[in-house]
Design a protein around this ligand. Structure first.
Ligand code: NAD
Length: 252
């Protein structure tokens, strides 16, 4: 698949990995539909994509809201006339232990803490892929859907909600690769390790240092390194159903 003139939807495109992937793909001539919750951030990201050389538009949409996702996908198809790709990137963290015993009192992860992460990081991926795949088949277009998973898919302390969602996203990648191949739609995953974005900027410096020392390459990843891989996945027509691990070797 050629990136030039391809129409690609990026959720969570207002900042971090989403914005970086959008800018990189714009630099290769792609036309981007950026999805996020905050208009100011989206405006900046659209400008950055245009500066990089691609066309871009923004859409406010909560990926966990079925009606909003249906409307957004249909609006993108109307605005661009085609859809060739989707990057399911929007994600949140609400970390906490399942239970914590302190001074004889038991604290529990709340259902809201569990559900909010499942809604955005798992249900959001389901809704986006369902709507985009249906629209691509309706329009007769082919292409690629990328799901952003995480090394946490293997299970990570303090991340019951996030690990479950990211493992789910990896399993969905395989399921959809099998289901959608007949329509000329490939589905791939990227499981980043620790990448320099706002999501990791909130970590305590001691925790960050400890974590970095455990990475064989001894540094965090850069958003551009994830973006570069997303471009590779679009351009490699034989890649489907697999998760690309980009983690500096942390899980070796
Ligand atoms: P980020 O917090 O910098 O950006 C996430 C973006 O998603 C934000 O712009 C946010 O507004 C948007 N978003 C959140 N909820 C949304 C919703 N309901 N609807 C629409 N947009 C929403 O995070 P990031 O570091 O860029 O992470 C991007 C993706 O990569 C996430 O799925 C994350 O889990 C995954 N990831 C990140 C890392 C890392 O180290 N940064 C590692 C592994 C996986």
């Amino acid at each position: 698949m050629q990136l030039k003139d391809s129409v690609i939807i990026v959720t969570g495109g207002g900042q971090g990995l989403g914005r970086s992937m959008a800018e990189y793909l714009a630099g290769r001539g792609a036309r981007l539909a950026l999805i996020d919750l905050n208009q100011d951030r989206l405006d900046e990201a659209v400008d950055a994509c245009k500066k990089a050389g691609g066309d871009a538009r923004s859409y406010i949409c909560n990926v966990a809201d079925e009606a909003q996702v249906i409307d957004m996908v249909s609006q993108v198809a109307t605005d661009f006339g085609a859809i060739n790709g989707l990057i399911n990137n929007a994600g949140i963290l609400r970390d906490g232990l399942l239970i914590k015993s302190r001074d004889g009192e038991i604290q529990k992860m709340s259902l809201a803490q569990w559900q909010s992460v499942i809604d955005v990081n798992l249900t959001g991926v389901f809704l986006g892929t369902r709507e985009v795949a249906a629209k691509m088949v309706e329009l007769g277009s082919q292409g690629l859907i990328i799901n952003i998973s995480s090394i946490s898919r293997a299970g990570n302390m303090g991340q019951s909600n996030y690990s479950a969602a990211k493992a789910g996203v990896a399993a969905l990648t395989v399921t959809w690769a099998k289901e959608l191949a007949r329509y000329g739609i490939r589905v791939a995953g990227i499981a980043p390790g620790f990448i320099e974005t706002d999501m990791t900027a909130g970590m305590k410096p001691e925790a960050l240092e400890k974590m970095t020392s455990g990475i064989p390459l001894k540094r965090m990843g850069k958003p551009e390194e994830i973006a570069h891989s997303a471009a590779y996945l679009f351009e490699n027509d034989y890649y489907t159903g697999r998760i690309l691990e980009l983690d500096g070797g942390i899980r070796l």
